[in-house]
Design a protein around this ligand. Structure first.
Ligand code: SF4
Ligand code: SF4
Length: 417
């Protein structure tokens, strides 16, 4: 971890200190290289390259690259083992045909794309990983890991299915202790409580910065788009330079008035599956018209960063277990907390409608969409649209028409009010 992680001082920018570079307006004017390095838009636009350089450098210094594929894995445990947690979820449509040579076509594109990278060996982070943590979430992922495990070092992290049951926490705790033991043995390290607490502080800081950025969208006229917000995140957590750029982005957007263009956009709450890097097509379609995605509850949005971990808990692993078991994913039954979060987000972000994105063959989110539709229409009183698609752009025009029809409904309702 960098020297300033968990300890960013927003008021102490120093030009030559990589942990305290000067804040930059990033207003689009011509910049020299050094200035553009301090622009959060440029920085996160280069996110994969940044992560690659960071991981390569860390590996050369004896750190261990560990792949993860779900937000249930506590990154803190990996960081406390001198590891670098990297999200391996694939967002590329090009990786799907090679995956379909081994996996059924009727599988979620996220799983197929991840596996395509695995067999084509084109994701440098998979190639660098000494261990891949494989979380037993949906059936497709669970079975894909078995194929991945033929050529990779895979550790299965078994999730409870019924998070509210009394024995769920003890099972989950034992799974986290198993993961800790695995990391200690593989990397020949001692994961002390203090190391975990340090990693918790780092992750809490990251969650806080990303939360503050997301909360800018509560404004009646936000100065950034949902797509810009989505881009402000990284495949690797705990990168010091990212923290500085989150701070830069906060300074920049807090002081900016709304961009001209959309005078009264349709505010959208986007829910459902994660939108991983490279698979942002539906979000772009929504925002190419009158839409503005003011909130996303998915795993690439607010869901994983809503809660922090208790930094002062006597047993930091129990604290981690509590935070992560609270994650409201559709793979759990029942998943009432997701509805609670959506209700709260509707109150905070004032959406005009809810759009639910479902990756094709994602059974759990698809079935759960029944409850989300009811929540939107019967409790919140706002229109709901379910979009099921994959990574191919072939249905973009059709999706655009359906989104436009939804916005028309929103406009009609606002006139009738
Ligand atoms: S949606 Fe569920 S399975 Fe997917 S990353 Fe989030 S928690 Fe994991
Ligand atoms: S989107 Fe659905 S099917 Fe795909 S990996 Fe996530 S939970 Fe599984």
């Amino acid at each position: 971890m960098g020297k300033c992680c968990g300890n960013i001082n927003e008021n102490a920018f120093k030009p030559d200190d990589p942990c305290n570079p000067p804040s930059h307006g990033c207003t689009g004017e011509k910049t020299n290289n050094k200035e553009s390095a301090n622009c959060p838009v440029t920085w996160f636009g280069n996110m994969i390259q940044n992560c690659y350089e960071y991981a390569t450098d860390a590996k050369s210094k004896g750190k261990h690259i560990v792949g993860i594929m779900c937000e249930y894995t506590p990154r803190e445990l990996i960081m406390a083992a001198d590891g670098i947690p990297v999200c391996l979820c694939g967002g590329s449509a090009e990786m799907i045909p090679p995956a379909e040579e081994h996996l059924p076509a009727n599988l979620c594109p996220l799983i197929k794309s991840t596996f395509g990278y695995n067999i084509k060996k084109t994701n440098p982070f998979i190639e660098m990983a000494e261990l891949i943590v494989a979380e037993t979430t949906c059936d497709g992922k669970k079975k894909m890991y078995e194929l991945m495990g033929q050529t990779r070092n895979v550790h299965i992290l078994e999730l409870p299915q019924k998070p509210d049951d009394q024995d769920a926490m003890s099972h989950w705790l034992s799974q986290l202790r198993n993961l800790k033991a695995k990391l200690e043995e593989l990397f020949n390290v001692d994961i002390t409580d203090e190391k975990i607490r340090q990693a918790i502080r780092t992750m809490n800081k990251e969650r806080q910065l990303r939360r503050e950025l997301a909360e800018l969208m509560k404004s009646q006229s936000p100065s950034l788009t949902g797509r810009q917000l989505l881009d402000f995140k990284s495949s690797i957590s705990g990168i010091c330079a990212d923290f500085q750029q989150y701070s830069n982005a906060l300074n920049m957007y807090k002081n900016q008035v709304a961009k001209p263009g959309k005078t009264s956009p349709v505010r959208v709450l986007l829910t459902g599956v994660p939108i991983v890097h490279g698979a942002e097509r539906v979000l772009d379609i929504i925002e190419s018209g009158d839409g503005l995605v003011v909130a996303m509850d998915n795993c690439t949005g607010l869901k994983p960063i809503l809660e922090d971990v208790d930094e002062n808990a006597d047993d930091p692993i129990t604290a981690l277990a509590q935070k992560y078991l609270n994650l409201p994913c559709s793979v759990m039954t029942k998943n009432n907390r997701r509805m609670d979060i959506l209700r709260q987000m509707a109150a905070d972000y004032k959406p005009d409608c809810i759009i639910e994105l479902i990756w094709q063959a994602c059974i759990t989110y698809d079935v759960e969409s029944y409850f989300v539709k009811k929540l939107a229409e019967e409790q919140l009183g706002i229109p709901y649209l379910r979009i099921e698609t994959d990574y191919s752009p072939s249905d973009s025009a059709r999706i655009g028409l359906r989104v436009e029809a939804l916005f028309e409904t929103v406009r009609e309702r606002s006139v009738c009010k």
